[in-house]
Design a protein around this ligand. Structure first.
Ligand code: SF4
Ligand code: SF4
Length: 240
């Protein structure tokens, strides 16, 4: 979530208090360009020369790979600079981070970012390009394991990335009406009348049609924490 702020000498904690944001729920605060920096809770009390007019907050449930992608996209589109390191480098960074968040990250992506960004930070002609490279390096230092898990473990630890979310049908709510099965165009749902339906994760493409079709709110999208569901359809406990 974004907030407008005024330039001042202050602390992140004081700014958050002024904005009525509960600092204990946060993973990080991002100060927009020209500051272009993340501040983590252990530094919320540090005095800062605030020159940005906007900050974004990231909750514990927010994904920092996605957060970094958003920040980089914003910095990249904020400049008309066409220099090789600012423009092309920014494009490379955003493409890599986009792939990481879309479950298409490759071994070597983090090393590539660590290789590209120090040069970009020095060689980019525009301030936004240098800031983008600095943001990537800072995020890798602060949130490296969380970002790398998208590639090495094919998981989003915070559960915030849509591409890593999975769909499940809750035994406690399903009445076996079959509407989700009819809605699924990928044959990813198993079930029959009066049986709790089950989603085959290998076939599911996370299109959300089943969740929209279910009149009982029995289909849920799950991030890092998955509900317990049966491997095959079982008789419904719940009556219609
Ligand atoms: S999310 Fe889409 S593909 Fe997956 S089970 Fe539901 S309808 Fe089928
Ligand atoms: S998940 Fe919803 S739509 Fe699908 S069978 Fe159960 S109650 Fe019906």
């Amino acid at each position: 979530m974004k907030y407008t702020i005024q330039p001042a000498t202050t602390t992140t904690a004081a700014l958050l208090e002024g904005l009525s944001v509960d600092a204990s729920e946060l993973k990080a605060v991002w100060f927009a360009y020209p500051m272009a920096m993340f501040v983590t809770p252990d530094h919320f009390g540090d005095e800062l020369e605030v020159t940005a007019t906007e900050l974004s907050v990231f909750a514990q449930t927010d994904c920092m790979a996605h957060g970094l992608l958003d920040v980089c996209e914003e910095l990249r589109t904020a400049t008309d600079c066409t220099c090789t390191f600012g423009h092309e480098g920014g494009y490379q960074v955003v493409t890599i981070l986009g792939d990481v968040c879309a479950k298409k990250g490759k071994a070597g992506d983090i090393a590539l970012l660590r290789d590209l960004c120090p040069t970009m930070k020095v060689q980019a002609l525009c301030g936004e390009g240098r800031a983008l490279a600095g943001a990537v390096l800072q995020a890798l230092d602060l949130f490296g394991p969380e970002i790398e898990a998208h590639i090495t473990k094919k998981s989003c630890p915070s559960g915030g990335c849509p591409a890593f979310q999975t769909y499940h049908i809750l035994v406690s709510k399903c009445t076996g009406c079959g509407k989700c099965l009819k809605a699924c165009e990928d044959g990813a749902i198993m079930g029959k009348a009066r049986f709790v339906h089950v989603i085959d994760q290998r076939k599911c493409i996370q299109c959300d049609l089943c969740r929209q079709a279910c009149p009982e709110g029995a289909v849920m999208r799950a991030g890092a924490k998955k509900p317990k569901t049966p491997p095959r359809p079982i008789p419904c406990k719940r009556k219609k």
